[in-house]
Design a binder for this molecule. Structure first.
Ligand SMILES: [Zn+2]
Length: 144
């Protein structure tokens, strides 16, 4: 029998440059394909994680469930980049942000459709999945 084991390497499709192809949270990519940005919740202790984790760092349980990051979060802080890491030079200038959803915070890029001059700490933002020009999947923040 020649039975090849299928390698689930969906994580290679995440972000402009993916730093790993295989993770224990590959379903994150499947959800992005469906337009959903998801985190995980530990079923044992209730801790909420974003980015999603497959294992709880509080109680060490691996019994997790997925939840969708939706609704409005508040912009905690942001920064407009004049220099970028390797591979992101063509995107300059762009802004990165931390958005507070209450039980968890989400770090990511602000959509280029939101002008810098409209950014204000405390403003409400939403996260949205998106597809980059090279076909990779990611997510961005937009005004809520
Ligand atoms: Zn836990």
């Amino acid at each position: 029998m020649n039975k090849k084991k299928h390698l689930d390497d969906r994580f290679k499709n995440f972000g402009k440059i993916s730093f790993t192809s295989v993770s224990k949270v590959n379903d994150f990519i499947g959800y992005l394909e469906k337009g959903k940005v998801m985190g995980t919740i530990c079923k044992k202790c209730g801790r909420v994680f974003f980015p999603p984790r497959a294992d709880c760092c509080i109680c060490l349980s691996s019994d997790m469930k997925w939840f969708e990051v939706n609704g409005k979060g508040k912009l905690v802080t942001y920064s407009t980049l004049k220099f970028a890491p390797t591979g992101f030079e063509d995107d300059l200038p762009y802004s990165i942000a931390l958005v507070d959803y209450g039980q968890y915070k989400v770090f990511g890029k602000i959509s280029s459709t939101v002008p810098d001059k409209q950014l204000e700490v405390g403003m409400e933002m939403r996260v949205k999945s998106n597809q980059l020009s090279n076909g990779q999947l990611s997510y961005v923040f937009e005004k809520a």
